[in-house]
Design a protein around this ligand. Structure first.
Ligand code: DGL
Length: 268
């Protein structure tokens, strides 16, 4: 492993570009290789076995490309597959659940924390477990929001239809008077203004993308693997299916052009 090697970023699809963007902003000198498993997205409705199988295949591919650290940007994969990924590759692996839980605990005023995520992430109870492992007396409430991912991928980030869906999912969290809300899915940062409006000004929204970038920087520094400053890292993109669609939607989600997207099928 060398400091000049790239960081691998993995997601089930395009949503992990939120984490990619946060990493690029925080550490512009680092090279980044992104893999979107577009052949198998969404992971949020898959079984734990399938999530672990797909995730380890991507992790092996990125490790074989020589990345120095792997960021599992996908919450569903972080919730279900981190131990399997860590067994499969010999590089440091950073997930999004712990950084999100840490940030929520730093932000909460009354220890009432809401979590929104895919069905699989909510079913895993990964966030409530991480919260109670880090602090006592935390009350958490989780809400699956399965309609958010397709809305975001369609570019529906605001408007009356989205507002109605957001209000509906937020209602139980509001009723439970959570003071902090973890956006436990790659896609949800795009709905932040709508979520902020629905939850009200007193609720702190935790975007795990930013926290994960911070944690990645910390791990690299601890290992002496930070790329030297003063250069701009290279960016590479892979998709397991439909690379052109990836490039088109990725441009919208990243806010700037995605370079060439290479196709790499995970099917043997
Ligand atoms: N990337 C997934 C996550 O963060 C959302 C999309 C999916 O269901 O695969 O949980």
């Amino acid at each position: 492993m060398r400091a000049s090697s790239a960081i691998g970023v993995f997601d089930s699809g395009l949503g992990g570009l939120t984490v990619f963007k946060a990493l690029a902003r925080r550490m512009p000198q680092e090279s980044l290789v992104y893999f979107g498993d577009t052949a198998h997205v969404p992971y949020g409705s898959k079984s734990p076995e399938a999530i672990a199988r797909y995730s380890t295949a991507v992790a092996r591919f990125l490790a074989a490309r020589g990345v120095k650290l792997l960021v599992v940007a996908c919450n569903t994969s972080s919730a279900w597959a981190l131990p399997a990924i860590r067994r499969a590759v010999k590089i440091p692996v950073v997930g999004v659940v712990e950084p999100g839980a840490h940030a929520a605990l730093a932000a909460t005023t009354g220890r009432r924390i809401g979590i929104i995520g895919t069905e699989a992430t909510v079913r895993s109870r990964a966030y409530p477990k991480a919260l109670s492992a880090l602090a006592r007396g935390v009350k958490s409430l989780s809400q699956a929001c399965p309609l958010f991912v397709p809305l975001v991928e369609e570019g529906w980030w605001s408007g009356p239809v989205v507002a109605a869906v957001v209000r509906r999912y937020c209602a139980p969290l509001k009723a439970a008077r959570v003071d902090t809300l973890i956006l436990g899915c790659t896609h949800y940062p795009y709905l932040k203004p709508m979520l902020a409006k629905a939850m009200g000004p007193r609720v702190r929204l935790i975007d795990s993308a930013e926290e994960t970038a911070r944690e990645t920087e910390r791990v690299l520094a601890d290992l002496g693997l930070r790329a030297p400053a003063g250069r701009r890292g290279r960016r590479e993109y892979y998709a397991s299916d439909a690379p052109r669609r990836f490039a088109r939607l990725g441009r919208r989600m990243l806010g700037s052009a995605v370079g060439r997207v290479r196709l790499h099928s995970l099917d043997a």
